[in-house]
Ligand binder design. Structure first.
Ligand code: ADP
Length: 503
């Protein structure tokens, strides 16, 4: 493993259940690859660890076995593999446990879309390995100062580490409070977890157990992925039952905004586009619109306004708002909408039915396709993101970077990253998109109407709006520095705690 790290840099083990380009279902995968890479650029010795899914093993460079772990009470042997991400020199460890992780496709669900029945066992095992690596494996010759866990799949690791005097500092990031890894008492018993954990101060959560609560309650520092979502998370409306605990954490819990990976998302270099462009050559963007229309079997017309949407097709993302908007939208004429996503089968079907009825204006692709997502970002004029809640959201930032004006609900990270267009914000060149408040089609339509008016009546201001978004610094650098400071705090609090224990 390359170790070109400045002296004094912290050793950080970044634990995630997915990482782009090895395996991805959502934003966590993007963060898991780009944040550790950004930390390395700041001189931190950050390394990634994920389960050894088959597709991950196929893609990791210089893969080799590092250590047999000899864990007890597991199905088959468990070992640690090591290598590098395919597209950058980021060291990655893979937790090889074939009975748990040797499954093709989605990391959490089977082919029918249901959760794997043994997910509690799978991510318990992952957490056990995280704790082992965090405490220092004799064969590894490397030990993290900080274990940075992400989401419920890693939530038990800080719980297991809590009682070890020699443990590293622990940081836990919540990427979405709605996914908690909650299981019943029978599962708790089956996992043979220490009985004391079945308590308010442990991982018990309304007569069930919560992996997410474990991560939140037992880590030195806890954050979520935007300041606004951190505020919302402390309220009953958005806190998913954990708002009380989050409030209790005080300043140990905060929001740190995600960045985006400028290497992967750069309209000037992006190989998935029909035509590269930047803020000074915006006229070239139209070639991508024509390519997008072609790909999506829509009439090719660069004067037609194209709206895009990409995402998991679930209630959170407000796809039903887009569906409710369709009658009004499509009667406008000279407007097209392209949608790509997968998720809730009923929402998928409603979208497909509408596309069949309006083949020249609406085109829907069910499925996951990274390259096509890039083309949608580049080829659309406007990007719709009417989420009911949104911890950070990445697509609106990709849109900004690609000069595609986002229309977003004023919630979570969307409110932190998009500046609403008003006469004042246009004049100060801060405007980057359109925001609306209520989670209904009426409010979405109101924002869209404002956008259409500017697009049709004030082309110079529209161009300025696109350029404002493209000029914003959305890179990981600033956020990685905030994480660096957060790790310092976690280490400080860890050493104070250790000193108190030994006194
Ligand atoms: P979430 O993590 O809640 O799904 P984010 O906006 O934070 O939402 O991140 C979603 C990521 O997944 C983005 O990189 C987005 O482009 C990508 N994505 C989601 N669905 C698809 C899809 N069907 N095809 C390609 N990329 C997708």
């Amino acid at each position: 493993m390359p170790l070109s790290i400045a002296p004094g840099g912290q050793a950080v083990l970044f634990a995630s259940s997915e990482a782009h380009p090895l395996i991805k279902t959502g934003g966590l995968a993007d963060v898991a690859a780009s944040l550790p890479a950004a930390l390395r650029e700041l001189g931190q010795d950050a390394r990634l660890i994920i389960p050894a899914y088959p597709q991950a093993k196929r893609l990791v460079r210089e893969l080799r076995v590092l250590s047999e772990l000899g864990l007890k009470n597991t199905q088959g042997p468990v070992s640690l593999l090591g290598g590098l991400l395919p597209d950058r020199d980021l060291p990655v460890y893979l937790v090889e446990a074939p009975a748990y992780f040797c499954r093709e496709g989605n990391p959490y669900t089977d082919v029918s879309g249901g959760d794997w029945g043994d997910n509690p066992e799978r991510f318990l095992l992952f957490a056990r390995v995280l704790a082992r690596v965090a405490l220092g494996l004799p064969t590894l010759d490397w030990r993290p100062d900080v274990l940075h866990c992400n989401d419920w799949q890693t939530g038990l690791a800080p719980v297991f580490l809590n009682s070890y005097e020699e443990r590293p500092a622990t940081v836990f990031t919540v990427h979405n409070l709605a996914y908690q890894g909650v299981f019943d008492r029978a599962t708790f018993d089956r996992l043979a977890l220490p009985p004391a954990l079945w308590s308010i101060g442990g991982i018990e959560f309304h007569q069930r157990m919560s992996f997410l609560k474990g991560g939140i309650a037992f880590s030195d520092r806890i954050n979520t992925v935007s300041p606004n979502y951190a505020d919302e998370a402390r309220t009953a409306q958005y806190g998913c039952g954990l708002d009380g605990l989050l409030r209790q954490l005080g300043s140990r819990f905060r929001g740190i905004l995600n960045g985006i990976d400028y290497r992967t998302w750069d309209p000037l270099q992006d190989v998935s586009l029909a035509q590269n462009y930047d803020r000074d050559s915006l006229e070239l963007k139209a070639t991508n619109k024509l390519a997008l229309q072609h790909h999506f079997d829509l009439p090719e017309d660069e004067h037609c306004l194209v709206l895009g949407h990409i995402g998991r097709l679930v209630e959170q993302k407000g796809v039903d708002l887009i569906l409710d908007l369709l009658p009004r939208l499509l009667e406008q004429g000279n407007i097209q909408l392209v949608v790509q996503g997968e998720g809730d089968r009923a929402l998928e079907q409603r979208l497909l039915d509408q596309a069949t009825q309006h083949p020249s204006q609406l085109s829907v692709r069910i499925g996951y396709d990274e390259a096509r997502a890039h083309l949608i970002e580049a080829g659309s004029d406007l990007f719709l993101m009417p989420s009911r809640f949104e911890p950070c959201g990445l697509n609106q930032m990709y849109s900004l970077r690609y000069g595609t004006v986002p229309i977003v609900r004023r919630t979570g990270g969307l409110a932190d990253t998009v500046v609403d267009t008003t006469a004042d914000s246009l004049a100060s060149q801060e405007a980057t998109g359109f925001l609306f408040d209520e989670a209904n089609a009426e409010a979405l339509w109101g924002a869209l109407e404002r956008a259409l008016r500017l697009y049709h009546q004030e082309p110079a201001n529209w161009r300025q709006l696109m350029q404002n978004g493209m000029t914003k610094d959305l890179s990981w650098e600033a956020s990685a520095k905030r994480y660096q400071a957060f790790y310092e705090e976690a280490l400080q609090s860890r050493s104070e705690q250790a000193a108190a224990l030994s006194a």
